[in-house]
Design a protein around this ligand. Structure first.
Ligand code: HEC
Length: 115
């Protein structure tokens, strides 16, 4: 658990450094018709999902866009292991990832998630 947290913050720090490159060009508006497939797990009440119930779903609203893109790329390539997210990320293009990251990184997503 400790290790995972440390890794998380390390990734977060590097995501900040990469800010300008990775998430550039993301279009939060264009993400509106893509988030339906994410909201079932990530959107409700911020944190938890019903399936598979053993998992706690990380909150995406307010997450750093560059971090979201990196996470999705890692799931797609398999460097980050999650059967659930791998299947989903595999269906996303680079543009989809950038758009979704822009959406979830925006203030609107934070507000929606905490309502
Ligand atoms: C079936 C449920 C489900 C759906 C649908 C889903 N996710 Fe996930 N997502 C998860 C789970 C569970 C994790 C945690 C996996 C892990 O342990 O790495 C996760 C992790 C993530 C992470 C990493 C978050 C972090 O803090 O490291 C991102 C980014 C993400 N999902 C984005 C998305 C996007 C974008 C979509 C829609 C295209 C989506 N997810 C759809 C269940 C889901």
């Amino acid at each position: 658990m400790m290790r995972k947290r440390t890794l998380f913050f390390a990734l977060l720090a590097s995501a900040h450094a990469l800010d300008a490159s990775a998430a550039e060009g993301g279009d939060a508006q264009a993400a509106q018709n893509k988030i339906a497939m994410c909201q079932g797990c990530h959107g409700i009440d911020g944190y938890r999902m019903a399936f598979p119930e053993v998992y706690r779903v990380p909150r995406l609203g307010g997450q750093h866009p560059a971090y979201i893109v990196k996470a999705l790329q890692a799931y797609k390539s398999g460097t980050r292991n999650s059967p659930t997210m791998r299947a989903i990320a595999a269906s996303l293009s680079e543009k989809d990832m950038a758009d979704l990251a822009a959406y979830y990184g925006s203030a609107a997503a934070v507000t929606a998630a905490t309502k």
